[in-house]
Design a binder for this molecule. Structure first.
Ligand SMILES: [Zn+2]
Length: 317
């Protein structure tokens, strides 16, 4: 299974910064040690034109040349640097590459599933960043895959339908905002009702969870959400944000999902997509473990489950 990364493009943070940047490198080294079937690949940066599929040109320009206001930078939460721009481009590029591989749009046969070892930057809207998110990788990948799919299938009248299944504990408010008037992309967000962002946007389907929510209630809510998605939409691509922050050991999550509960969550989403033969691009989204190794463990479990589905796809061909 192919997995794209960009963590070696280091985003410099001041000492004591609260974002756990080290988790990405840690994930990559553990994947290399423990999951030999995962094939790592360096993500390419997305261009300004590709960014403009989801973002306003003025916002892109201000990010690139470092002219965002101090207030706008505070909302993002990272200090500006050329490396921040490069890394944000490549993090989006990793989700684009995963979607292409999953769908077989790069001239290779469709692999059914591929991953970004970062990404899931779902708080970024068309004209602003927020909550450690500069560009919205899922939104860029969805629109770019629609464009590439349309080019390959000239004459087909229906655009590629994309479902973004966002199971990070925080609402995918940026994604909801970008696609609020786009019927070709279905946004599903399951998140903590009382958690950031405190002013929610309207996704196609929002599922709000109470503080302290445990495995059974969570998995039941997921089941209902996937049923509703089935009734309302028929995607040709799924982008799955497998946030690690619903875990009970998370500093910011406020939910109480166990290791087993999160693994069951991932398997349910992969099963759902596989049973419908929908290619799936996986992104990591958030994770802020009290012990950051717990966050990486949730993600390793997600990768192990994903590998099982990659093998099932392979057995089809
Ligand atoms: Zn989150």
């Amino acid at each position: 299974m192919q997995a794209f990364y960009a963590d070696h493009f280091v985003l410099p943070l001041p000492d004591g910064h609260r974002f756990p940047m080290g988790k990405y490198e840690r994930l990559r080294s553990r994947v290399a040690l423990e999951l030999a079937q995962v094939r790592p690949g360096v993500a390419l940066p997305v261009s300004d034109g590709e960014l403009a599929l989801a973002h306003d040109p003025a916002y892109i320009q201000a990010v690139v040349d470092g002219s965002l206001s101090p207030a706008a930078m505070r909302e993002i939460g990272f200090p500006w640097s050329p490396a921040m721009v490069e890394r944000s481009r490549r993090s989006a590029g990793a989700t684009v590459a995963a979607a292409r591989v999953a769908m077989g749009l790069g001239g290779q046969p469709a692999e059914g599933i591929a991953a970004n070892m970062a990404g899931g930057t779902h708080h970024a809207s068309a004209d602003k960043g927020s909550g450690f998110c500069v560009f919205n990788d899922a939104a860029i990948a969805a629109r770019l895959m629609q464009a590439e799919h349309a080019r390959l299938r000239r004459g087909e009248r229906h655009p590629l339908q994309v479902a973004i299944i966002d199971l990070d504990v925080h609402q995918g408010n940026g994604t909801a905002n970008i696609f609020s008037r786009d019927p070709t992309v279905f946004t599903l967000s399951m998140h903590g009702q009382k958690n950031f962002p405190f002013r929610k946007e309207t996704s196609d389907l929002d599922v709000e969870l109470p503080d302290g929510c445990r495995d059974d209630a969570y998995l039941h809510a997921l089941e209902l959400a996937l049923d509703e998605l089935d009734r309302r939409f028929s995607p040709g691509l799924v982008i799955y944000l497998a946030g690690a922050d619903p875990h009970e050991g998370d500093r910011l999550g406020r939910l109480k999902l166990s290791w087993d509960g999160l693994e069951a969550r991932d398997r349910r989403v992969f099963d759902w997509a596989f049973n419908r033969r929908i290619p799936l691009a996986l992104a990591m989204a958030g994770g802020y473990g009290v012990n950051i190794e717990d966050t990486v463990q949730v993600q390793i479990n997600t990768f192990r489950a994903a590998l099982g589905y990659w093998e099932r796809w392979r057995a089809l061909s």
